[in-house]
Design a binder for this molecule. Structure first.
Ligand SMILES: Cc1ncc(COP(=O)(O)O)c(C=O)c1O
Length: 374
């Protein structure tokens, strides 16, 4: 059997990694400023992560959600403490799309309404509800087409007000910082106004922190830069450092009932252990602060380089919009300089590195950009 051919693959096969370094099958070394798409939060093959997972694997890998699992409770308590959302509850899923799917469903259950506002250029995943709220018709099958979603431009509060005042909307879903779109941040005042409009019209504010969460932007969640408290927060990517896990953080006024949500694999023993290891390392190594400091340094230094038309983002979630004539820079970084980065369209390079990169790694990137473009 052949693979269903849906991914355009680079001709590189990583077989080993440590921290922010990757080695391919021919032994060539790479610097990882992409983190497998913002997934590698604490660095590849972190010893704490390996030890905790190995220990758990020797005890119990999986049992269903029909029995007690104190690892889930431990994870909920720790995530509440580290994120500042102690009074929220946690539903565990397996991916970002699934977390968003459950968030949309939950908001709909809670409000009894079916419509949502999402932002233009948004990406929320590929399951039915999440892809409907994703502003990319190319990845929406006829089966996924619905009139439940209204797209509005980012930072346009009048548009949000207009639609919410119809009273037909269950909620608004917004990425902490838009990732796939090319790193665009909702303004602080805008998020605050969306939050109060949601309250006024009995709708819920859902913050998709799947890419921007877990310390990446220099706070645990990106929306915490704006002092808003969403009703629902979704998370995945960095949560398991590569082990598939997603989470929905739910405000105390939203009440559960048996059978309302569910999953076979979500919250399994290995996934919870991976997520606990990630939180332990984030705390022990002060990685949220490191993301803030190294991110500020990178953004400040890269903003001064003429190759970039614009440098956007916060912490270690950075979008570098290329000036004209530099469209091939990402390929050069990868194939000539062995530096992995992400992309968004033809002219934005995205940096989503492990949160433990050092100033030396940042300098290596800055100097490489200078070398390639001067
Ligand atoms: C903001 C955001 N939400 C949701 C998703 C979907 O996550 P997953 O691919 O784990 O389903 C992504 C993935 O890129 C994302 O960036």
């Amino acid at each position: 059997m052949e693979l269903f051919d849906v991914y355009k693959l680079w001709p590189i096969e990583p077989i080993k990694a440590k921290g922010w370094k990757i080695w391919d099958k021919d032994g060539a070394e790479y610097t990882d400023l992409y983190g497998g798409h913002a997934v590698i939060s604490i660095g590849h093959c972190h010893p704490t992560y390996i030890n905790m997972l190995q220990e758990q694997l020797n005890k119990l890998g999986f049992y269903s959600n029909a029995v007690q699992n104190s690892l889930q409770k431990e994870l909920a308590a720790k995530l509440g403490e580290v994120s500042g959302y102690n009074d929220y509850t946690l539903f565990l899923a397996n991916s970002g799309a699934e977390a968003n799917e459950n968030a949309l469903k939950l908001a709909s259950f809670h409000t009894g309404k079916r419509k949502f506002i999402a932002l233009e250029k948004a990406f929320h995943g590929r399951t039915s509800g999440a892809v409907a709220a994703t502003d990319n018709p190319k990845i929406r099958a006829p089966f996924n087409k619905t009139d439940h979603i209204t797209f509005v431009p980012i930072n346009d509060i009048i548009a949000v007000d207009k639609w919410l005042s119809t009273g037909e909307y269950a909620g608004v879903i917004i990425e902490g910082i838009q990732g796939v779109a090319g790193i665009f941040e909702p303004q602080k005042e805008y998020l605050q106004e969306v939050s109060s409009l949601c309250k006024k019209h009995s709708a819920l504010l859902i913050l998709d922190e799947v890419q921007s969460g877990y310390g990446r932007t220099g706070k645990f969640f990106a929306h915490q830069h704006s002092d808003v408290t969403p009703d629902i927060i979704t998370t995945a990517k960095g949560m398991g450092n590569g082990f598939p896990i997603g989470g929905v953080l739910i405000a105390p006024h939203i009440k559960p009932s048996y059978g309302m949500l569910g999953t076979t694999f979500g919250g399994n023993h290995l996934a919870c252990t991976a997520a606990l290891a990630v939180l332990k390392v984030i705390e022990d190594e002060n990685l949220v602060e490191n993301a803030r400091v190294i991110g500020e340094y990178l953004i400040d230094s890269l903003s001064k380089l003429p190759v970039f038309k614009e440098v956007r983002g916060r912490g270690l979630m950075i979008g570098l919009e290329l000036g004209q004539g530099y469209e091939g820079l990402r390929d050069k970084l990868l194939f000539e300089e062995h530096i992995f980065t992400g992309g968004a369209g033809a002219n934005v390079i995205r940096l989503l590195p492990p949160l433990n990169i050092t100033k030396e790694v940042a300098d290596h990137f800055i100097n490489t950009i200078k070398k390639l473009t001067e």
